[in-house]
Write a new protein. Sequence first.
Length: 123
Amino acid sequence: MIVQLLLLLFVDYSPPVPQGYSCLPGNVKPADIVSAERTGGQDPKLVTISVEQTLRQLRARCLRGKLVDAKGKEIRFYRVQCFGAPTAYAMETTRRQRVELAALRKRYTVVEMTCSPSGEPRP
């Protein structure tokens, strides 16, 4: 038991990648938040959906080194950018994101990842 405790202290622990998701892109982790929102009135709660939950819902698996959904369509992750004030740059970036997402959806199953994993409302 002491040896186990010592190992825990000296070994750099990182949670294992769920079996079958070893082909996740390097910048996406199973625990990353896909969507988050606050619900409830008096006692608000944060409801989050993780990458792992989304992949389970899509019945994702690795096929020939690529992450695919139940139909065999490749899955891509897209991190949406958020902006506070509607500046010209923000509006142009939002327009460009819509165009990029539309093009990606023609070929891939796209998982849009929130820009606000804390669930805080964005203007």
